[in-house]
Design a protein around this ligand. Structure first.
Ligand code: PGA
Length: 238
């Protein structure tokens, strides 16, 4: 079974979150992860069976960092996963390798699994440099981390041009890039890393995507905010 992770971004208000929880049906599927906005973490904990993740974490520990949420605070709310380096944050918050490294170190200290996002923009795909881009994004962070901790990290391959666009790479392209990521991490650090695919995963394409055995799961944006879409995706993975 593939790991399903929903990234709800800032799409839903409180009422919409409660409605989603009411309509969603885990149907015995275990370990489905939902990453809501911070204020909803406790609602998911108390009212749903989802494993709860976060969409971001502070680069720093507890203290004088107004507006941030630390890894220790997330851990105290039973958060088990955290997205790191989503392309929206790399772009809008100018997150770079050093910041992402700091976030991952903090998360690992508090036993939260980082879901580390990598992916190329359209121009890079068209120029045939997808693997160079992804390789650099991985190595600039992984090279500095303790090799013994790499097992606790999950990589999410998310082509930036596929996020929220309805476009996806072909199954062969996803398979090829996933192989590249796994081989890179294995050759360099001797670690079998899990790789999720993300970018316009939906009810329409999930059955086809499920045929890619090497992919360990999905990071799902838009479709994780609509109960009927998410129910279908979960059921297709039982
Ligand atoms: P999407 O988003 O499924 O809406 O394309 C994926 C993501 O941003 O993680």
């Amino acid at each position: 079974m593939k790991l399903i992770v929903g990234n709800q971004k800032t799409t839903l208000n409180r009422d919409a979150v409660l409605k989603f929880i009411d309509e969603v049906n885990l149907n015995g599927v275990n370990d489905v992860v939902i990453c809501p906005s911070y204020p909803y973490i406790e609602i998911y904990n108390s009212k749903s069976k989802f494993v709860v993740g976060a969409q971001n974490v502070s680069e720093k520990g507890n203290g004088a960092t107004t507006g941030e949420v630390s890894a220790e605070q997330l851990n105290s709310f039973n958060v088990k996963y955290c997205i790191v380096g989503h392309s929206e944050r790399r772009k809008d918050q100018k997150e770079n390798g050093e910041m992402l490294y700091n976030k991952i170190v903090n998360l690992l200290e508090f036993n939260i699994k980082p879901i580390f996002c990598v992916g190329e923009v359209l121009e890079e795909k068209e120029n045939g440099v997808t693997k160079d881009v992804i390789g650099k994004q991985i190595l600039e962070v992984f090279d500095k981390l303790d090799v013994n901790k790499l097992n606790d990290i999950i990589i999410a391959y998310e082509p930036v041009w596929a996020i929220g666009t309805g476009l996806t790479p072909t199954n062969d392209e996803i398979e090829d890039t996933t192989h590249y990521i796994k081989d890179l991490v294995n050759d360099k650090y001797n670690v079998n890393i899990s790789v999720l695919y993300g970018g316009s995963v939906s009810k329409k394409n999930v059955d086809e995507l499920n045929q890619i055995d090497i992919v360990d799961g999905y990071l799902i944006g838009g479709a994780s905010t609509k109960a009927d879409e998410f129910n279908y995706i979960m059921e297709s993975n039982v």
